[in-house]
Design a protein around this ligand. Structure first.
Ligand code: ADP
Length: 619
């Protein structure tokens, strides 16, 4: 990557940060300038004291200088500490905002991208680079701070060393008079620049092993991330123990892929090449120390300035050199950080391609919404097989639709298209005769209450889980829980609707059972009170009594909504107006239960008989 490309990428990163936390920049600029300039002020004052001690030795002047030095140094230290504290606070806030930048992007992605492996890979690459050593967006902040600090340090150093170059050696000093020649200044500055460059190149080469190694550790890091959290993930805890998976699989994998094991490349680099480059950087710097001492002391020896100025110039030149080194190092790091920023931007630049319409769905009190699938086919992005083929179906208003079929026949995919998590690759889905793409996405989504098979509840109070928001109507939430069959919720939840679910965020949280969770999820769908109610395997986790209760109350639960539900329990489908039978991505049959069982060769009949036989055997 070229230097200019890297500057452009880092500039873009600063721009992003500026938009989310401008105060960080103010705090860093102020703090870096004060930190960089303070040593020069102390240095200058100390030089004046030494000068007076070595020259006039006037106690009054010395006393005044010492008092002034103590006062100024005290004020600067105080200011420096306050600004560092402020910077620390702003940096911590920026750190939280870093996660927000990625989280907001993740949540605003088209579902299709969110669900895709490519987007996940980019996201996990960017976050792992960040975890590895803050590379990417976070490093851009560190580099900004270094650039500001080093420029302020260089300016301060130049300001204090100019008098040294201007101080003339008397002609009587003989051979040392050549130090007055402007060439000597050019030579010293040139040497300083070369040494700074070589030293920062060596440091960069040494540290470069970390960045180069980031790629090779990705898999090991992913494993560690996954398996470390595995211990905390309660859903996996039982299987982990029963099959001793931790011992037999996780540990073996973790040992094999451990990025820091003795035989790993990073450890080998650290022992060899990495250490050599770092040592090289220090040795070159030591060479410059000698040259600075020679130059400053020879000029003083020849009578250009006094003892106090020697202290000032030596100190200033060292600070100047360290400023130049920091600047070089920051510029070199901008290049190495560039490729990590590219990954982060690749993720942040994923564009939403779903067409966002502008029509409103006009919230109709009469719920007169009709959906039609017209010749809809679909295949998942990056795959070649159609999982839905030429689906044609109209949902009459207020109808109850059941969807049955074998695993993998496309039932859930059909629901995903209906809710517009994906768009069809062929055909159209129409709402009241208009392509659903033409409606505002938020408006369209608000028409559906869905209980997915793998629904998730959150570690939040029960009421907030049901309502999906922080301020809600308690009566409506209670009513929804009752309708969903969670009649004894008051006994289970000690603080009523304020009882937190699960213990992730609160020790008093209640760990609900699978069946209770399913009832809460149904209550959540009811609370939303959308015109379409979709239930994907709504009773899978319920006991037979609860299941019977739900079906008894089914009509009441659904009310005047259009209802679609996927179920493997065919007996429950009898309640529906229409049953759609999916097979290998196609609707192969549709009708009422009575109509479908009459078709002896139909898929429905086979499914029905298989279930009937199973129950007969069990009885
Ligand atoms: P069902 O709900 O009938 O069990 P699905 O609609 O979940 O079936 O799946 C239909 C087919 O689509 C299956 O072959 C499944 O493997 C595939 N599929 C489901 N989700 C994805 C996905 N995100 N990416 C690729 N293929 C998928």
């Amino acid at each position: 990557m070229s230097f200019f490309q890297a500057v452009r990428l880092n500039y873009r990163a600063w721009h992003i940060w500026w938009n989310v936390c401008p105060r960080w920049f103010e705090a860093v600029i102020l703090s870096s300038v004060v930190s960089a300039v303070s040593p020069y002020i102390s240095l200058w004052m100390t030089a004046r004291i030494i000068e007076e001690l070595a020259g006039g030795r006037n106690p009054e002047i010395v006393w005044k200088l010492v008092t002034l030095t103590i006062g100024v140094t005290g004020i600067l230290s105080f200011l420096d500490s306050v600004l560092k504290r402020l910077k620390r606070y702003e940096t911590d806030s920026a750190s939280c905002l870093y996660n927000r930048i990625f989280m907001d992007k993740m949540l605003s992605l088209d579902y299709e991208h969110m669900d895709s492996q490519a987007a996940y890979d980019l996201y996990s690459q960017a976050t792992q680079n960040d975890k590895w050593s803050g590379l990417g967006l976070r490093e851009a902040l560190v580099l900004f701070e270094r650039l500001v600090g080093s420029v302020a340090q260089i300016l301060g150093g130049v300001f204090l060393t100019v008098p040294m170059f201007l101080a003339e050696i008397p002609n009587s000093s003989g051979r040392l008079a050549w130090l007055n020649h402007p060439l000597s200044v050019v030579l010293l500055m040139g040497f300083m620049l070369i040494v700074s460059t070589v030293s920062s190149v060596c440091t960069d080469k040494g540290q470069g092993y970390w960045t180069r190694y980031a790629d090779e550790t990705r898999f090991g890091n992913r494993l560690a991330d996954f398996y470390v959290f595995l211990n905390k993930d309660k859903r996996r805890a039982m299987d982990l123990r029963m099959y001793n998976q931790q011992e037999k699989v996780c540990n073996v994998l973790l040992d094999r892929e451990n990025p820091f094991k003795l035989s790993s490349k990073i450890v080998q680099y650290a022992r060899g090449a990495m250490g050599m480059w770092m040592a090289g950087s220090k040795s070159v710097s030591a060479l410059l120390t000698a040259v600075i001492y020679f130059f400053v002391c020879f000029k003083a020896w020849a009578g250009a300035y006094g003892l106090g100025s020697v202290t000032q110039f030596i100190g200033a030149l060292f600070h100047l050199f360290s400023g130049i080194s920091k600047l070089m190092n920051a510029l070199a790091k901008m290049v190495s950080n560039g490729s990590f920023l590219e990954t982060a931007f690749e993720f942040l630049d994923i564009s939403n391609e779903m067409y966002q319409g502008s029509l409103t769905t006009e919230k109709r009190a009469d719920r007169q919404y009709e959906i039609e699938f017209r010749n809809v086919s679909f295949r998942y992005p990056g795959t070649k097989t159609d999982v839905l083929r030429h689906v044609n179906i109209k949902f009459p208003i207020g109808s109850r639709l059941a969807i049955v079929g074998m695993n993998g026949s496309g039932k859930t995919t059909f629901i995903k298209l209906l809710c517009r998590l994906y768009d069809p690759v062929e055909g159209q889905i129409l709402l009241n005769g208009i392509d659903i793409c033409k409606y505002r996405y938020e408006d369209y989504r608000s028409l559906f209450s869905v209980v997915f098979q793998d629904f998730q509840l959150f570690s939040l109070p029960l009421g907030e889980n049901v309502a999906g928001c922080v301020s809600y109507s308690s009566e409506q939430a209670e009513e929804s829980l009752k309708k969903a069959g969670f009649t004894n919720w008051k006994q289970v939840m000690p603080s009523g609707l304020n009882t937190p679910l699960y213990k992730d965020l609160c020790g008093q949280g209640v760990s609900v059972s699978g069946g209770e969770a399913q009832k809460i999820a149904i209550a959540r769908a009811l609370y939303k009170d959308a015109p379409f109610m979709i239930l994907d395997e709504p009773t899978a986790a319920l006991d037979p009594v609860a299941e019977a209760e739900i079906y008894e109350q089914f009509w009441e639960i659904v009310g005047d909504r259009t209802a679609v539900f996927i179920s493997h329990r065919l007996s429950s489908c009898k309640l529906c107006d229409t049953i759609l039978v999916f097979h290998e991505g196609e609707i192969v049959q549709q009708g009422t239960h009575e109509e479908l069982v009459k078709d002896r060769n139909g898929v429905y009949k086979k499914l029905w008989e298989a279930q009937a036989q199973y129950y007969a055997k069990r009885l």
